[in-house]
Design a protein around this ligand. Sequence first.
Ligand code: NAD
Ligand code: UDP
Length: 329
Amino acid sequence: MAPAPAPDPRPLPHVRRAVVTGGAGFVGSHLCDRLRAAGTEVVCVDNLLTGSLDNLADRADDPGFTFRRHDVCEPFDVEGPVDLVVHLASPASPHDYARHPVETLRAGAHGTQHALELARRKGARFLLTSTSEVYGDPLVHPQPETYWGNVNPIGPRSQYDEAKRYAEALTTAYRTARGTDTVIVRLFNTYGPRMRPTDGRAVPAFITQALAGRPLTVAGDGGQTRSLCHVDDTVAGILAAAATGHPGPINLGNPAELTILELAHRIRDLCDSASPVEFVGRPGDDPARRRPDITLARTALGWQPAVDTDRGLAQTIDWFARRPVGARA
Ligand code: NAD
Ligand code: UDP
């Protein structure tokens, strides 16, 4: 892909106040920072199931930012006007949703409904962060939004995949039957600073292993592919989708596809590490390949990723390397 200048998230003059569920998590905390930088007042609603107040340390003395510890599976209200509700609250890594299967289904179902209800009551635009997992183990490659997916409804990833598919259906129902202004974005694998070292995902796992000189645990033969999008690009795409009237679904991801073994080698090289690769068992229903078709995002939002993967990985490695050793593994 041709390098492009970083798409600066457009200003959101009409978004004076936003509610971000899951704002203490990896993607959500970057979104809160970006909204605040654009001058939007932010109310973050998070129960800290997989997130952390450490991610919001920069917001500690920010008068335009409010943190509310609350489980979105229980009804909630926010006083005052709200222009935008971004619903991210959900466990998101395979490790997390395997530990919290019922909570994951509830976040997709009840959590999405309560966030939608808030948007409906306030007359706010609602943005659902769905996932490439709605495509399951895809039979169409790369994946356009028109592909309906190949999902196992009872497999090890089903709690997450089906929760998000239900959340998409519910969002669509609120749009058609309740008149709520909604948009669905489907995020593909996102990486960057503030990923949890123990969330089980490939990027933080390989980085912490390479920095410690431990073996890089590559699942299967490492031939499965993913397409990695830097969190700054993902957040820019979310804000671009919030700023339009498009209903989605819109893929947000970086089409730069690489095998997991290539990823392990790249991270090892960037860390200047001598860690060996250790091939370990591949989890059940692990998708064989994933790459977004982002034609719609390009045309409808004028968005495309700008962060080169090596540059983004080097910045992420630098962030992990600066953390105290005990906090890295
Ligand atoms: P994360 O785990 O870092 O953040 C999720 C946040 O939601 C956490 O702060 C957690 O405490 C909070 N949360 C979970 N259940 C909640 C509940 N019931 N009530 C209130 N808060 C709750 O994950 P992330 O990677 O930042 O993902 C954020 C969103 O983006 C998720 O909806 C995820 O499905 C979606 N997404 C992420 C990726 C990715 O690669 N990171 C890819 C596709 C989709
Ligand atoms: N993976 C791996 N080693 C690890 C963690 C993950 O080889 O220590 C593999 C995993 O099996 C999958 C890919 O890397 O094939 C991406 O996994 P991740 O959990 O990051 O994202 P997802 O599977 O949700 O796309």
